[in-house]
Design a protein around this ligand. Structure first.
Ligand code: FES
Length: 105
């Protein structure tokens, strides 16, 4: 499913969108694009308002960091991961497979 156009995404500027009924945040950073669930696992606040740092997204509310590659929390107070989704770049299209969140390893 197309989620965005690559040229619309600026580095380290999260963008919230909805793909096929699923709210996600797209983050372009470190030469890649990541798709992560739109809500923090700690208190369901929008992750789109957070800062991007070293392939992680920080929840603005209490500062939990989530790894954009795995969705795992890297710092408290969040202890639960948030879903992340496979992203494919096809020309200028950013495709996100919201039906197949990546499994935790
Ligand atoms: S709501 Fe995100 S860390 Fe608390």
């Amino acid at each position: 499913m197309k989620a965005a156009s690559l040229h619309e995404l600026d580095d380290d500027k999260p963008v919230e969108t909805n793909v096929d009924g699923t709210d996600i945040v797209l983050v372009r950073t470190e030469g890649d694009v990541f798709a992560i669930s739109a809500l923090c696992s700690h208190a369901a606040v929008p992750l789109v308002d957070g800062d991007v740092e070293k392939c992680a997204l920080e929840c603005y509310m209490h500062g939990a960091m989530f790894d954009l590659r795995t969705g795992k929390p890297l710092s408290l107070p969040a202890t639960e991961p948030v879903p992340v989704y496979p992203v494919t770049i096809d020309g200028d299209d950013v495709l996100v497979d919201v039906d197949n969140p990546m499994k935790e390893s």
